[in-house]
Design a protein around this ligand. Structure first.
Ligand SMILES: [Zn+2]
Length: 152
């Protein structure tokens, strides 16, 4: 079966989600937004690992995994848009759709996360740093609470 995105390559997992030029340009944009400077791998597994371990830190891993999953999901979504032709191509909106969805996910998953979409889109790494700070301060707060409880 021909690739639903480029109509050139064979539709295999590594092609559709990685080496296809249509997918590749989306990953490059997402990688740039995430602030990584890397060479694009040529397998999906490689891309996933790059997002999950690229930045380091637990928050970085979770955010990287979130961005990877949402981007892969939108590539599949666009593939279906092109194959079934029920709606207009979303090519130009892809990065923004990924940013909106990841912002929604993280805001709903992480208590105390109050970044605006604009902050999220314009400085994702700064948001990640603040999330890290938030987690650290939460840990200290919890430790303090435990100390207070055990001393009273
Ligand atoms: Zn393709």
């Amino acid at each position: 079966m021909m690739c639903g995105l480029c109509k050139k390559g064979v539709e295999e997992v590594d092609h559709l989600f990685c080496t296809c030029m249509e997918a590749w340009v989306v990953w490059v944009k997402t990688i740039k937004w995430w602030g990584m400077e890397v060479v694009m791998p040529n397998t999906v597994k490689g891309v996933a690992e790059m997002f999950i371990y690229g930045i380091g830190s637990l928050v970085g891993k979770k955010m990287g995994a979130c961005i990877f999953l949402v981007t892969a999901w939108y590539l599949w979504y666009r593939r279906n848009v092109l194959v079934f032709q029920r709606e207009e191509d979303i090519k130009e909106q892809l990065l923004e759709l990924i940013q909106v969805k990841t912002h929604f996910w993280v805001r709903n998953k992480v208590a105390g996360c109050a970044f605006s979409l604009v902050q999220w889109q314009s400085n994702l790494r700064e948001c990640a740093r603040e999330l890290k700070w938030y987690k650290k301060s939460l840990k200290i707060f919890n430790q303090q609470q435990k100390c207070l409880q055990s001393s009273s």
